[in-house]
Design a protein around this ligand. Structure first.
Ligand code: HEC
Length: 286
């Protein structure tokens, strides 16, 4: 990545608290199978924030404080040998948030794998997706190495033996609705995602104008709350020859661990696609 040392971005505030407001995330995990509050203590890893923040755990619930506004945060929750480490993604707006992430027991996971005849290996992960689509076998497109999809009850779909990485799951061209998610997959961990099915893919605004379409995104996603100079200097953070590697897109994305927070849900995030299109057409600010 190119560093723009000469210009640099003015950060709106200094000190211990992140600029742009910080929120609390309160979580009361529930059992994937029963939906009941989980029994016993949990351990929690919070991903997507730099520097990392620890959760304050009280029995089966926990709190994470100091989360910047508009952050996309992954919670990896496990429980004393009974619950498999299970990752859920939550998105904080400019408000505190209460969530009930699902966590699956080792026994329930082993049963699901046995039901579909898959042997799980420790180097791979599992994805459990909730997506109300008529035919998961043909409606889902998964751009990663995995075994599946296996339709489960209640609109859940499983992929086993998923290679670690950031695979995309999208609607196949023949699916009637549109949905997508970028999943974070790690070895030995279950990743759970709820995919909202939309009628048609959101269209990009056309013609695309910087002041009208790009600047509002920088405001709405909290960028300008932390970066005073971002709207004025946005064009300095683009790489015209390789638009997706532009710092403007790459820094606040999942693939980058050095930014205070993850802001873009993935490459299908409408805000991400709008900025990408603006860069592809030359990043003009007039
Ligand atoms: C919570 C505050 C915060 C938010 C919100 C935030 N940033 Fe940042 N951003 C930072 C900090 C702090 C750094 C410096 C990170 C480092 O280099 O260690 C940074 C670095 C960057 C850089 C690299 C700057 C350089 O000089 O190389 C870019 C580009 C950037 N952010 C874009 C964005 C965009 C676009 C958004 C919104 C989608 C955003 N940021 C949201 C705090 C924030």
């Amino acid at each position: 990545m190119t560093r723009h040392v000469a210009i640099g971005l003015l950060l709106a505030a200094c000190g211990d608290d992140p600029a742009g407001g910080s929120r609390a995330l309160r979580a009361a995990p529930i059992d994937f199978t029963s939906g009941a509050p989980i029994d016993g203590d949990v351990t929690v890893v919070v991903e997507g924030l730099a520097p990392t923040r620890a959760a304050t755990v009280t029995g089966g619930t926990f709190v994470v404080t100091g989360v910047p506004d508009h952050s996309i945060v992954d919670l990896v929750v496990a429980g004393a040998g009974v619950y498999r480490a299970t990752r859920s993604t939550v998105e904080l707006d400019a408000a505190d948030l209460d969530v009930a992430p699902r966590v699956i027991t080792e026994a329930a996971l082993a049963q699901l794998a046995a039901d579909v005849g898959v042997t799980m290996t420790p180097e791979r992960g599992v994805a459990l997706l909730h997506v109300a689509t008529p035919d998961p076998a043909t409606d889902l497109a998964f751009d990663g190495d995995a075994v599946g999809p296996f339709p489960l009850a209640d609109d859940w779909v499983a992929y086993f033996e998923v290679a670690p990485g950031l695979p995309l799951v999208t609607a196949s061209p023949t699916a009637s609705g549109s949905f997508d998610a970028q999943l974070a997959i790690t070895a030995g961990t279950v990743t759970i995602a709820e995919l909202a099915v939309r009628g048609t893919p959101e269209a990009l605004p056309a013609p695309l104008r910087f002041a009208e379409h790009v600047v509002p995104i920088l405001d709405e996603r909290g960028c300008t709350a932390c970066h005073d100079g971002l709207a004025a200097h946005a064009a300095a953070y683009v790489t015209l020859a390789a638009p997706t590697s532009s710092a403007l897109l790459a820094m606040p994305s999942r693939s980058n661990a050095g930014h205070p927070n993850v802001v873009f849900a993935g490459p299908n995030d409408l805000a991400y696609r709008t900025i990408l299109q603006w860069i592809a057409f030359g990043a003009k600010t007039d």
